[in-house]
Design a protein around this ligand. Structure first.
Ligand SMILES: Nc1ncnc2c1ncn2[C@@H]1O[C@H](COP(=O)(O)OP(=O)(O)OP(=O)(O)O)[C@@H](O)[C@H]1O
Ligand SMILES: [Mg+2]
Length: 267
């Protein structure tokens, strides 16, 4: 069995890969890299009644990987380039050979997978960390699920400037409901709910457009979304509305938050 450990900026994910069908996963919040990696690894062993003897190799990746010295627990431990891990994991989960990946973690990385070739195209610092940071400062909220509850009840008409606010008719292919300016019409009476909705919309619309431009530049119409940010139902809805505008398909595979860890294990 090969263990993939992805020590991200916010969370650490571990995947144990045995056969194609059999992938075991656990997740912990990232503290320092050694504590989160060994903690998540230990949790995986204990919860699944595995012993160190079952583990043939450990492949670590993510921003914290460089902080882990030598071999873990005397097991051969390899460092895997994070983009290679994201590309390998995204391709495995999507079960497709030609895709664009938008990995929404604390920030967002955009990659192209073209058969065996993985290319890091770029990305944006707008990602899950943007939601956490802005919600903390603007709403004094730090619990992720609470932020989502607020966002689900918010009204973007009190926050964003829409095409319909500034133009009598559609502008080119942009119809009246589309955003002309995120936070461009914030009203004095905007509620916490409205602000939370605006933060989510800003974040996912930026990620959506950056990934659309990447896909268009590579003549690809399939964007596979990975990272913890792929599980967000509000985010998925925002990305799906962009997909209709630009004839792009977003895919949200199961276990997408473990894509990097799975990819590390398979590298
Ligand atoms: N229950 C949760 N608690 C905290 N954050 C969550 C939760 N669910 C989703 N998130 C979001 O996930 C983001 C982190 O995603 P992820 O764990 O994929 O990033 P990471 O791998 O640690 O970071 P990176 O890959 O950018 O180094 C957070 O910024 C937050 O927006
Ligand atoms: Mg990550």
């Amino acid at each position: 069995m090969v263990i993939g450990i992805d020590i991200g900026s916010t969370t650490t994910k571990v995947a144990a890969v045995n056969t194609e069908k059999d992938i075991i996963k656990v997740k912990t919040r990232a503290v320092d890299p050694i504590t989160s990696a060994t903690g998540a690894f230990g949790k995986l062993l204990v919860e699944n009644h595995l012993s160190l003897g079952n583990i043939e190799r450990i492949n670590i990746t993510g921003v914290g990987a460089a902080k882990i010295p030598g071999d873990l627990f005397g097991i051969r431990t390899n460092r895997i380039d994070e983009m290679t891990a994201i590309g390998t994991g995204g391709k495995h989960l999507a079960k497709k050979d030609r895709i664009i990946i938008a990995n929404i973690g604390t920030g967002t990385a955009i990659l192209e997978v073209n058969n065996g070739k993985i290319t890091h195209l770029g990305g944006t610092g707008v990602g899950g960390g943007t939601i956490i940071g802005l919600a903390h400062e603007m709403l004094s909220l730090s619990d992720y699920d609470t932020i989502m509850c607020y966002a689900a009840k918010g009204d973007l008409k009190n926050i964003d400037l829409h095409i319909g606010d500034i133009a009598e008719s559609n502008i080119g292919f942009l119809n009246r409901e589309y955003t002309a300016s995120n936070f461009g019409k914030i009203v004095e009476t905007a509620s916490k709910e409205d602000l939370a909705a605006g933060i989510l919309n800003l974040t996912y619309q930026v990620i959506g457009m950056v990934s659309v431009f990447a896909a268009k530049s590579k003549n690809n119409d399939t964007i596979v979304v990975t990272g913890n940010g792929s599980k967000n139902p509000i985010g998925q809805r925002i990305l799906n509305s962009i997909s209709k505008m630009y004839q792009i398909h977003y895919e949200f595979p199961a276990d997408a938050e473990y894509a990097t860890a799975i990819g590390a294990a398979k590298s």
